[in-house]
Write a protein that binds this ligand. Structure first.
Ligand SMILES: [Zn+2]
Length: 163
């Protein structure tokens, strides 16, 4: 199970980045990992590169695993899961529970809400200030509200008509 071919792998936009030029996206990514206390291992940097290199997005472990395979990043699905959870615990990602079967991870960890298109498994951000949450229930004794995630579930109008 040793995948660590010397950096000649095709996955290696990473290879040249050892120099740590300032302003280089890869050294920025390494700094980002270090700032939250994660050692910038090759796998974390490779997966972080795929995750954070394309702007704000919502992704499942399976989707990231597919991207890693296409980019020839040698990781297992278990590593992808672990890395996503490490990034989430470190505050780089936010985990979103949309339905029971899948966890989505959001590369924008700030508080915002989502539209979810049923049947298409697509998550979209609700524009800022698009949701006002009022009259939250009083949390039970000893608890406080950590955050409120609103998922507004959508379906296509025409699909509804056909049903
Ligand atoms: Zn989002």
């Amino acid at each position: 199970m040793d995948h660590s071919a010397p950096s000649a792998s095709p996955a290696a936009p990473f290879a040249g980045a050892q120099a740590g030029r300032p302003g280089c996206p890869l050294s920025n990514l390494r700094d980002k990992l270090r700032r939250v206390g994660l050692r910038p291992t090759r796998q974390r940097v490779s997966l972080g590169w795929l995750l954070f290199g394309k702007g704000d997005r919502h992704i499942t472990a399976e989707m990231l695993y597919d991207e890693a395979m296409r980019a020839r990043v040698p990781v297992s699905l278990a590593t992808v899961y672990n890395t996503l959870h490490q990034f989430t615990e470190a505050g780089l990602l936010r985990q979103l529970a949309v339905d029971g079967s899948k966890a989505y991870f959001d590369t924008n960890p700030t508080e915002h809400h989502h539209f979810f298109v049923e049947g298409e498994e697509e998550l979209m951000d609700v524009p800022a200030e698009g949701v006002t949450v009022m009259d939250l229930p009083e949390p039970p004794e000893g608890f406080e509200v950590a955050r409120v995630d609103v998922v507004v579930r959508l379906r296509r109008k025409d699909a509804h008509r056909r049903a």
